[in-house]
Design a protein around this ligand. Structure first.
Ligand SMILES: Cc1cc2nc3c(=O)[nH]c(=O)nc-3n(C[C@H](O)[C@H](O)[C@H](O)COP(=O)(O)OP(=O)(O)OC[C@H]3O[C@@H](n4cnc5c(N)ncnc54)[C@H](O)[C@@H]3O)c2cc1C
Length: 379
């Protein structure tokens, strides 16, 4: 990979964020949603699904390019956008690319790269979050190769904007987790209903929704991967999802440190910049050292993912350590802003609340520790 070209691509991303996101982000946060037209703009600029092959509408770039998009979005503090993009470009599109039939790839991927069709991943249900085997949504065969789906999902990122939901559904409830399949649900079908855009404490612009399936008819050819293979497929795809979330965590922490560095060199107390107090200096020095250290872990993860060697245990370690770090650093940086850090108009307050969910979605920190512990100690 040509590093100079990657840096040119980074410049394009940064410019795009400055021109197309910065002027609107506050409005999107207030509206609780990023308008669908914005994704068309991202598509036009070649910033969606960038590592998809050109045959499917991407630019066929290496995986690192997709990570640069997430890195710069997170570093700038646009974490709602980072979540939406992670799901769209780095979860749903790779699911379809890796598991889809040729027809599915041709049908969805070019429209995902252009931003016409936004992707969502539907695993969580009210009674099944960490314990995914407990999902209740079910599909019954319609006798013509298709399915009739009933049930619902909750907490679904991109839920309001999505054109397709890759949903985990029980197609054979008698077989427990072996009876789960992934179905591609088109959101314009009768029987597919969007619930509320849920109100959250942070990442307001990331639309997060309930979804309901009421006798939703799904035609033949919409099972993604193997029928009954849904659980295995999810396990196979999780390392990329967790690596992407980890990368957003470290990039976001780096951005929080950068925003704090500016503030502490301006704010005066006791006749000097607060950046001159040893506590401030050491807090920021420690944070920056930890960011660099964790970034090395991310780079190792990216290299291993590119060689198809990133294991679920390593991905769990990376997600756990980096999202905990992100939360710690955003908290410490907010402290350096004093009372202003608690004011919504200061971006550091957004950094603080936006970071919090990263320890929960994509698998909670406790579930990450379970995965690591099992690899050390067995069940
Ligand atoms: C903003 C947001 C966006 C989301 N986006 C999506 C999305 O796009 N698609 C999707 O499918 N889901 C999404 N989720 C759901 C998210 O992945 C789940 O919330 C998460 O996996 C936790 O599940 P839960 O909320 O049911 O918590 P629970 O599973 O009920 O967990 C509650 C607590 O118990 C702990 N716990 C559970 N099991 C164990 C165990 N075995 N050992 C130790 N502790 C345990 C957990 O760590 C947690 O602290 C999103 C959630 C939010 C809030």
């Amino acid at each position: 990979m040509d590093q100079a070209e990657l840096e040119l691509f980074r410049d394009t991303v940064v410019r795009f964020l400055r021109e197309e996101v910065a002027p609107h982000y506050e409005d999107w946060e207030r509206a609780g949603r990023i308008p669908p037209e914005f994704y068309l703009k991202m598509g036009e600029n070649g910033l969606l699904c960038v590592d998809q092959p050109e045959d499917y509408g991407g630019i066929g770039a290496p995986f690192a390019y997709s990570m640069v998009v997430l890195e710069e979005v997170s570093r700038a503090g646009y974490m709602a956008l980072a979540s939406n993009l992670t799901v769209h470009s780095d979860i749903v599109a790779p699911y379809i690319l890796h598991l889809g039939s040729e027809e599915q790839k041709q049908h969805y991927l070019p429209r995902m790269a252009s931003g016409e069709c936004i992707g969502a991943i539907g695993m969580t249900e009210p009674g099944a979050g960490s314990d995914l085997a407990n999902i209740r949504s079910r599909a019954e065969a319609d006798g013509q190769g298709g399915w009739v789906v009933n049930g619902g999902k909750t907490f679904i990122t991109n839920g309001q904007n999505a054109g397709v939901v890759c949903a985990a559904i029980k197609t054979d409830p008698s077989r427990g987790s072996k009876g789960v399949s992934l179905l591609l649900l088109d959101t314009d079908q009768e029987g597919f209903e969007r619930g509320r855009n849920l109100e959250k404490i942070g990442q307001h612009a990331a639309d997060t929704s309930e979804l309901f399936f009421k006798n939703l008819r799904v035609p033949a050819g919409k099972v993604l991967g193997r029928e009954g293979g849904g659980f295995g497929h999810m396990m196979d795809e999780l390392p990329r999802e967790r690596l992407a979330l980890a990368l957003t965590a470290v990039a976001h922490a780096r951005g929080a440190v950068e925003r704090t560095l500016v503030y502490v060199q301006e704010r005066q107390a006791f006749g000097q910049n607060i950046g001159q107090f040893q506590n401030t200096r050491f807090t920021l020095a420690r944070a920056q050292s930890e960011v660099e250290c964790h970034w090395a872990f991310i780079e190792k993860g990216i290299a291993k993912y590119e060689r198809a060697e990133l294991t679920p245990v390593e991905a769990a370690m990376i997600k756990y350590t980096t999202t905990e770090l992100e939360n710690r650093i955003c908290d410490q940086c907010l402290q350096l802003f004093g009372g202003y850090g608690y004011m919504a108009e200061y971006p550091i307050s957004r950094d603080f609340v936006d970071a919090r969910i990263q320890r929960i979605y994509g698998g909670t920190s406790e579930i990450m520790l379970e995965i690591v512990a099992r690899s050390l100690l067995g069940r």
